[in-house]
Design a protein around this ligand. Structure first.
Ligand SMILES: Nc1ncnc2c1ncn2[C@@H]1O[C@H](COP(=O)(O)OP(=O)(O)OP(=O)(O)O)[C@@H](O)[C@H]1O
Length: 298
């Protein structure tokens, strides 16, 4: 059963089409990244799902049901950094969060433990590192043990140590079976923690699904010969070749499917070009992502 199903969600702010007919499913137990550059509609989408905003068209279900207060109670949301009191301890701040959520204090020790803050629970919030502050914010979201967590840019503004701490926490939470939906403009974040992804650009969904399936990462080849221009023309005619760019003394050649280096070597030899260099290289997720986001939206 999908945890969240979006169907044809659109939202406009005046002249800006923030979301244009977005549909996808978030599977149970996934860490689902909503990825896109600034202004692509991520926060708007999370706002709609958490009932802060109303969609113009379309609808969504939570746990396969039209959401009521009962379904919403199973969602813990962190859309912006909470206003913790700087002079109060982590524990006292969570007492306030629990009271706002009309929950008792009995869950505080558990969430502090999950977020690795037990030892520092009685220290003032102002003495916490950036990573600890964000972990406290996530601890607040975990009060009441929701099944689904929605986090908007959870590592934004953190230093590298804080980013690593929050990523570890997200992975740990995923390991306990929680479904985690997080918006991010950081590809690295999605690569490191997400199992699934939806990629948005200017309010359009470019693709969604399991990270390994939707972001194809075929190898590319680096290749050179005495006459690189002749080699370039030749390779552009090779079946499945999508580009051949000259970079320094090497050609970087991309393919629609996994390239076969031996077959390419043979092809060049048959055409009278002897290679001085041929190497298979792994395409980075960043390159794959740029290719996806540079293709026209449907
Ligand atoms: N209240 C609003 N009024 C007018 N335009 C808005 C409003 N909120 C968002 N927008 C516009 O809608 C588009 C989508 O914004 P949104 O904040 O959802 O994107 P985002 O992907 O979350 O970006 P960011 O990472 O910068 O938060 C942007 O062009 C933004 O300027």
């Amino acid at each position: 059963m999908p945890i969240l199903t979006l169907q044809n969600i659109s939202k406009r702010y005046g002249a800006v089409q923030a979301l244009a007919g977005v549909s996808f499913e978030v599977p149970a137990g996934s860490v689902f990244g909503i990825l896109g550059p600034n202004g692509s509609g991520k926060t708007t989408l999370l706002g709609i799902v958490t009932d802060v905003l109303k969609a113009d068209t379309g609808h969504f279900t939570l746990f396969d049901k039209t959401p009521t207060a009962r379904e919403r109670r199973q969602i813990g949301t962190l859309l912006e950094t909470p206003n913790f009191y700087h002079y109060l301890s982590g524990y006292k701040n969570l007492e306030i969060s629990a009271a706002v959520k009309q929950r008792g204090k009995d869950d505080i020790a558990r969430v502090l433990d999950i977020c690795g803050l037990t030892q520092r629970q009685h220290s003032a919030f102002k003495t916490y590192s950036l990573g600890m502050k964000q972990r406290l914010a996530i601890a607040g979201v975990l009060l009441g043990d929701p099944e689904v967590l929605i986090l908007d840019e959870p590592t934004n503004g953190l230093d590298p140590a804080g980013i690593a701490e929050v990523r570890d926490l997200v992975r740990r939470l995923a390991g306990t079976g929680k479904t985690i939906i997080l918006a991010s403009h950081l590809l690295d974040e999605v690569e490191k923690v997400c199992t699934h992804v939806a990629i948005l650009r200017k309010g359009n969904l470019l693709l969604s699904g399991a990270v390994n399936e939707v972001i194809s990462r075929n190898d590319y080849i680096e290749i050179a010969a005495a006459n690189n221009h002749a080699l370039q023309s030749l390779l552009l005619q090779y079946p499945g070749c999508t580009s051949a760019e000259l970079n320094g003394g090497l050609l970087k050649v991309m393919f629609a499917a996994q390239p076969d280096a031996a077959a390419i070597n043979n092809y060049c030899a048959q055409q009278g070009i002897w290679l001085s260099h041929l190497q298979l290289r792994k395409k980075s997720l960043e390159t794959a992502f740029l290719e996806i986001t540079n293709t026209p939206a449907q």
